[in-house]
Design a protein around this ligand. Structure first.
Ligand code: SF4
Length: 409
């Protein structure tokens, strides 16, 4: 089996994430800062600028998946009337909450940090609203939502300004909760830090355009933690400078994530969190590097502009891949296929996340017609391992990669 070359930056990553959880713990225990819960592509910059510590339940859901414990908790939420067909981040997170268990206990937190306010954006999906409403009701705290149109084709002025206005309207409500007066300069600063962190994260992902790629999707899925939970802070910026330097060094020294790289794959959709390392080994053993994914690219908000923070937030959070029409997604993917020299596409049809499964409305066929790049669809789920038939998927992946190798020869 081919070797996987581990990134040295992982120790810095661990420290960056540990420090983040310590800040949440301190805020919880001392009350020194109010705590806002936010969706992963919600207005983190505004919340950080207004003095909140920001907690992301989706990150918690991914932690439960990666720790392979989500299956213990999903039935608990199902017993409370939540369908097993809805987002398994939601069901595993709510189930763990009801069981009073969390991987955060390893970081010294007794439980998830109690929110003072919850803020969501429906740009990714509507399920986050139901998810956050559960906790708003449980903790009896205020909840605010930004409602974003879906399947956006042309990104019009009306759409951008409409979302920007909703973000701006949060300010007086958040002031009441945080007790801190909104400061435009602070918001400009968190917007600048978010922009800079996103640019660095984009550069990290773009290093995989190199042949061979110095980083693969399975690494990126782990190293994306800071851009999800610390967007708008210097901690994310500092971390991605370290990671980028390591990857540039790898390129200079011709060090590949998969040393025997022959085939380059684009992964569409969510990771299989509970199978991250075995999938990394599987692909590596097939001389294959998964060099790109729209999932990791989802946290590139480089349109954020500190000189125009509200408007540019409206733009950045509506331009996101997941909010766009299939026509726009196809254009993004066509460019990506070229930029990353892709040989084949794997679509992960994630049972409980329709919005991140782009294979359901003909896109694979249309994309194959326009790019002549073959594809494979596998069925699974982000957190619910019972939806993933491992043996069948491994056979399908092995056969697909064999075909790509023959095609290349
Ligand atoms: S986008 Fe998918 S994974 Fe994320 S919260 Fe919505 S349903 Fe869950």
């Amino acid at each position: 089996m081919a070797e996987i070359v581990k990134l040295q930056s992982v120790s810095h990553l661990r420290k960056t994430m540990d420090d983040y959880f310590v800040r949440l713990k301190d805020a919880t225990e001392t009350g020194s800062k109010k705590i806002a819960w936010c969706t992963s592509v919600g207005p983190a910059e505004l919340l950080y600028s207004m003095g909140f510590e920001v907690y992301f339940p989706e990150n918690h859901g991914a932690m439960l998946g990666a720790a392979k414990v989500a299956d213990n908790y999903i039935p608990i939420a199902v017993a409370q009337g939540y369908s097993p067909d809805i987002c398994s981040y939601l069901t595993s997170d709510v189930g763990a909450f009801l069981a009073n268990e969390t991987p955060l206990q390893k970081s010294g937190l007794a439980s998830v940090p109690k929110p003072d306010v919850l803020v969501y954006n429906t740009n990714q999906c509507g399920e986050v609203q139901d998810w956050f409403e559960y906790y708003a009701k449980h903790f009896d705290v205020p909840i605010f939502g930004i409602i974003t149109p879906l399947k956006i084709n042309e990104l019009t002025e009306t759409i951008i300004s409409g979302v920007a206005k909703q973000i701006e309207e949060l300010v007086p409500e958040l002031e009441k909760i945080s007790g801190i007066k909104f400061d435009l300069d602070k918001f400009k600063e968190t917007t600048r830090l978010s922009h800079d962190g996103c640019v660095l994260w984009r550069q990290v992902l773009e290093t995989a355009q190199n042949l061979p790629a110095p980083i693969n999707f399975f690494d990126s899925a782990i190293h994306m933690g800071p851009i999800v939970v610390m967007r708008g802070t210097k901690y994310a910026v500092d971390y991605y400078k370290i990671l980028l330097a390591e990857l540039e060094d790898r390129i200079k020294n011709n060090i590949a994530a998969v040393p025997t790289e022959q085939i380059r794959i684009y992964w569409d959709g969510m990771p299989l969190w509970y199978k991250l390392s075995s999938m990394a080994k599987l692909f590596s053993g097939l001389d294959t590097c998964v060099v790109a994914s729209t999932y990791c690219n989802s946290w590139v908000f480089d349109d954020l502009d500190p000189e125009n923070p509200f408007y540019s937030a409206g733009l950045a959070y509506c331009k996101l891949f997941i909010v766009r029409s299939d026509e726009e997604k196809q254009k993004v993917l066509e460019k990506l296929m070229d930029d990353f020299s892709i040989d084949g596409i794997i679509y992960h049809d994630s049972k409980t996340c329709a919005r991140n499964s782009n294979n359901r409305f003909g896109l694979p066929v249309r994309l194959q017609e326009s790019t002549n790049i073959p594809y494979l669809e596998i069925n699974g789920d982000l957190n619910d391992s019972r939806c993933f038939s491992e043996e069948q998927s491994i056979i399908a992946i092995e056969t697909f990669i064999d075909q790509l190798k023959s095609r290349k020869q």
